[in-house]
Ligand binder design. Structure first.
Ligand SMILES: [Zn+2]
Length: 127
């Protein structure tokens, strides 16, 4: 049997009624439903910035690894919600790409400088 309550939109509730009554689990006890929904919202949003370990902005892959490793632990032990953990992961991925390019540019500049200095040191001999 279907629940006989109406939804907020005014249509009939499509959930199955409990065996013990004419209403579904949520409509049979709206107060309990509200309490469960609020608890779910709290659980998902529990995260206090002051409870998380502070890191200076990462400038190397090693520093970034420390932040990502700590975030992984925070999500696993429930001190950080998965959504925020996901955002940290995505941003860490972007930052890692930037760090890689920056590292490559720095190394290329050093190689180019070395080559230029080598060329200037020994002038080419004419045949
Ligand atoms: Zn219902």
């Amino acid at each position: 049997m279907r629940c006989e309550s109406k939804t907020r939109a005014g249509t009939r509730c499509k959930a199955m009624a409990l065996r013990t009554g004419k209403r579904c689990n949520f409509h049979a006890d709206p107060e309990r439903h509200r309490a469960l929904a609020a608890a779910g919202g709290r659980r998902r949003s529990i995260y206090r910035a002051e409870n998380l370990k502070h890191f200076a902005p990462a400038t190397s892959a090693a520093e970034l690894a420390a932040v990502v490793g700590q975030t992984l632990c925070d999500v696993r032990n429930g001190s950080l919600d998965a959504k925020t953990g996901n955002a940290v992961g995505a941003l860490a991925s972007c930052l890692l790409s930037v760090i890689k390019v920056d590292s490559l540019e720095t190394r290329m500049a050093a190689v180019e400088k070395f080559i230029k200095e080598e060329r200037n040191r020994e002038p080419r001999r004419a045949h």
